[in-house]
Design a binder for this molecule. Sequence first.
Ligand SMILES: [Zn+2]
Ligand SMILES: [Zn+2]
Ligand SMILES: [Zn+2]
Length: 214
Amino acid sequence: MQYAMLEIGIKCPKCDGPVPLNGPLETAHCDRCQADIDVPHEFWKDILSDIHEEVKGELEVGDGRQSTIFGTFNVTLTYYHVPPHCTKCDTAFEVDEGLTQPYTHTCAECGRKVEVLPAPEWLVKEYPPAKILIDATPATAGVEGAEKGKEMEKAAVSTPIAFTCPQCGGTLLVDGSDRLVRCQYCSVDVYLPDDLWLRMHPAKVKESWLVGFS
Ligand SMILES: [Zn+2]
Ligand SMILES: [Zn+2]
Ligand SMILES: [Zn+2]
């Protein structure tokens, strides 16, 4: 089996904002304009088959490529031919390549939980050599993963931040659960400004994930 680590992002077709694809997503979400973007199966087939060609061809272990692709989307892609490893501390590990269920590998070096999962059915159908995903966005693991994703989003909401009511100057404590906050002193509805909102809801950033090809 050969593994590639990739980092991929597209430009939002609606607002040109950066949208990371931290796994083979069927739907991506733009944090800037809130658009949901359909990512066609064929897009993944094209990307993954190109990467696979390279890793089984001339790309030596440890080497990588960077490319910008203009097609369905405006894509920025970086990938490397690598052994399976923890994306945080680079420690390599053995993957159970016969897996049928997702499992968690605990990194021997840094203790991080590394998610190893079989590629979703649609992906295997689209591009059969793609078999295993490592550290890919949980949404790929089906319903369970999606639930986990939601929990992680909730957890991202930080401890309350003090904010001054623009109408009466009263101090409001906001927790990021709602962008529209009612001032407890003057009862005006305050729409939280971008910088504050983004601090409580940081935009997703690109993260590396791995694909195993057979
Ligand atoms: Zn957008
Ligand atoms: Zn590690
Ligand atoms: Zn007020």
